[in-house]
Design a protein around this ligand. Structure first.
Ligand SMILES: C[S@@+](CC[C@H](N)C(=O)[O-])C[C@H]1O[C@@H](n2cnc3c(N)ncnc32)[C@H](O)[C@@H]1O
Length: 422
């Protein structure tokens, strides 16, 4: 019943049309490929890079069904390393990334660079250098309540998002991001009712009356204090350190793109940009060096169908050590469908961590392989709502050889031909 390991160079998951691509690669390594495929075709880039914090970041993963039901067992795995030999090494990585982002953008495109007080001044100068001072649009302050309580200086409660255009013919639509008109902001104004019964606040300045109707939307300024940071118990939380809220990305994407446009994130982490883009009907190109990041992003996307089937392409380096895996899976062909069973999974990582059987599997799917392209038809993903994996799945007959793909809790993606039962 032992399944045969195979390599697949590309993956396509569910959905007939692909909404986007998740690419696992380090930026210098995929630069040429990105330029060859996407130069001049991206409408908006969002970048949330490492901030030169000198820290290592982790992801908390839940183990098996019990881990999802109760939160334990779980373990922390390395997600990414934000330690740099010196500031120049960091700045040189950022200069290369910003140059790549500029070359990927369309003429009408814009870029949002998320940064904190550590590197903000350097990034402002670097953005001026790469995009041109005259293409600066905003320095957005994202102000939040969470974070530490410093006593030797004021607590640091904001990030900065630098917003630049690629050229003067950029696209921007503030009307796409209305916000509630706040009582607090308008209660210094005189409240009146007009001849049609509509309530408005007014203020007279330089002899001119300005009216703000209560039933008309207001729009954000460059200080955003209405998007909260993810709280400890927020259901959006994936366990990936430094995850940003979907609402923040939805605001950025809504005002800077239109339906069908391509949004790019070159440090995509847990996939917040991909989720927000998919929610809004935009296509996405998300890159991250971490297999865990790609696994968690894929998992979030599999739950973000928004009423339509979501296709996702993956471009992932194959993990090493596959020869040491032992997978038991079988497929029963029938006339119009196949039934696939996954019985056991054992890998070097699982053995070292003392995790047995399907507890080491976080997601699996069944589909078909043609050449080196895998297309999934059905998938089972552990979530808090559905902690148990289906060990048996049925799929329609399609072209190619029946194949399964396993994503383990370390984010490794592996493909196997299940044993055929006639
Ligand atoms: C601050 S996190 C992004 C968090 C993300 N915005 C979210 O909401 O989850 C930065 C990400 O950049 C990735 N990264 C760092 N250096 C990279 C590189 N050279 N190439 C690709 N990804 C990189 C890290 O793996 C990490 O996931």
């Amino acid at each position: 019943m032992c399944a045969t390991y195979i390599r697949c160079a590309a993956e396509r998951h569910l959905g007939r049309e692909s909404m986007g691509t998740l690419m696992q690669a380090t930026l210098p390594a995929c630069r040429e490929e990105l330029l060859a495929r996407y130069a001049g075709s991206v409408q908006t880039v969002y970048l949330d890079p490492p901030f030169n914090t000198g820290k290592r970041f982790e992801m908390k993963v839940r183990i098996g069904e019990k881990g999802y039901r109760t939160g334990a067992p779980s373990m922390s795995l390395p997600a990414y390393d934000d330690r740099w030999p010196d500031r120049d090494a960091y700045l040189s990585m950022m200069r290369e990334t910003l140059t790549l982002a500029r070359d990927l953008l369309k003429k009408e495109g814009t870029i949002f660079l998320h940064i904190d007080c550590r590197m903000h001044a350097h990034m402002r100068l670097l953005m001026d250098e790469v995009f041109g001072e005259s293409n600066f649009l905003n320095e957005i302050i994202w102000s939040y309540q969470s974070g530490g309580r410093a006593r030797t200086y004021f607590p640091r409660k904001h990030d900065v998002i630098l917003f630049y255009a690629k050229s003067r013919s950029y696209y921007f639509n503030i009307k796409a991001v209305p916000i509630a008109r706040s009582e607090a902001r308008s209660n210094h104004m005189k409240r009146s009712v007009d001849e049609d019964g509509r309530v408005y606040r007014s203020i007279i300045s330089a002899g001119k009356e300005y009216r703000y109707y209560d039933d008309e939307p207001a729009y954000p300024g460059d200080v955003w204090d209405d998007v909260s940071h993810l709280q400890q118990k927020d259901p959006q939380r994936t366990g990936y350190d430094t995850q940003k809220p979907v609402r923040l990305l939805e605001r950025i994407i809504s005002c800077s793109t239109q339906e069908g446009d391509l949004v790019c994130d070159l440090f995509s982490g847990s996939g917040t940009t991909a989720v927000a883009a998919a929610n809004l009907g935009r296509r996405f190109l998300c890159v991250d060096q971490s297999p865990l990041a790609i696994a968690v992003a894929g998992k979030r996307l599999s739950q973000t169908t928004n009423g339509r089937p979501m296709g996702v392409c993956y471009d992932v380096e194959a993990p090493c050590g596959e020869d040491d895996c032992f997978v038991e899976a079988e497929v029963f062909p029938a006339i119009t469908s196949y039934t696939v069973h996954l019985m056991n999974y054992d890998s070097v990582e699982a053995r070292e961590a003392g995790i047995t059987g399907l507890d080491a599997v976080d997601q699996w799917s069944a589909g078909f392989v043609q050449g080196d392209m895998y297309r999934s038809c059905v998938a089972s993903v552990r979530t808090v709502g559905t902690p148990a994996l289906c060990s048996t799945m049925e799929m329609p007959v399609c072209a190619g050889e029946p194949c399964i793909m396993i994503v383990d809790i370390w984010g490794n993606r592996r493909f196997y031909l299940p044993k055929r039962r006639y």
